[in-house]
Design a protein. Structure first.
Length: 249
């Protein structure tokens, strides 16, 4: 956060589960359940203090335990004055080899909020949620200027090119900037890819991070381009939302 601020950043995002090892690669690791913490809590209070000090809008991610004892994959969002604006919780929880996330995460119950921040309207789609056009559309309906995607993505996890293609498509169809922030490093069964990137509202990559190593990726976002994007000028004008409810199920 200090490095980003020193380079002029006003908004920062972290990858998924940034404080801990990626424990969902193992089945029901009892020790991992002790890593969950409340929000506000020890870690997020420190993040809030630093966001306020640096005047830096911050999208964090951690393993959250709420007052009911339920645990979530969560992204608290802090404004530039350190105020906790809200918590986005991952909605769709997967379960397959090396990604046993249903062993740890409850289903997100906060919907797809868009936060009014000091730098613009910010939405969050946590990792697996980016695969669901319904959620990416909901962030567009919420008039997000920027959608941030904290992720844990491993090398070779998806077909070549799809890592970026679906995010670029969502940015183009909804007329917002989309920034994916991916984990790096080697942990037990997985090698994490890095390769974070930023797409503009026309689906073009405007910044790309390093592959397989830690990187601080800085990008300038001209938010006035959102209103003039193809989606906001054309696609949104001709939507037929009165029909869509009958088509989805």
């Amino acid at each position: 956060m200090r490095q980003a601020s020193a380079q002029g950043a006003r908004l920062i995002a972290f990858p998924e589960v940034v404080l801990d090892r990626f424990f969902p690669q193992n089945r029901n690791d009892a020790s991992a359940h002790e890593l969950a913490e409340p929000v506000p809590g020890p870690s997020t209070r420190k993040i809030a203090d630093l966001a306020r000090e640096l005047e830096l809008v911050t999208v964090f991610n951690l393993y959250e335990r709420d007052e009911r004892g339920l645990t979530f994959d969560s992204s608290p969002v802090f404004d530039a004055d350190g105020t906790l604006l809200g918590i986005t919780r991952m909605v769709h929880i997967t379960q397959y080899e090396n990604f046993f996330e249903q062993d740890y995460y409850a289903l997100g119950d906060r919907g797809a909020p868009v936060y009014e921040t000091a730098v613009g309207r910010v939405g969050v789609a946590i990792c697996y949620d980016r695969h669901y056009p319904e959620l990416m559309r909901a962030l567009g309906v919420g008039r997000a200027d920027v959608v941030l995607i904290p992720q844990v993505g491993s090398v070779g996890e998806w077909p070549q090119g799809m890592f970026e293609a679906e995010v670029r498509t969502a940015a183009f169809q909804n007329g917002y900037f989309a920034a994916l922030c991916n984990r790096t490093g080697v942990e037990e069964n997985l090698t994490f890819a890095g390769e974070s990137f930023v797409s503009d509202p026309e689906g073009r990559i405007i910044a790309r991070g390093k592959s397989g190593e830690d990187d601080l990726l800085i990008a300038d976002l001209e938010l006035e381009r959102v209103a003039d994007s193809t989606a906001r000028r054309l696609f949104w004008r001709d939507r037929r939302p009165e029909l869509y409810g009958d088509w989805l199920g």
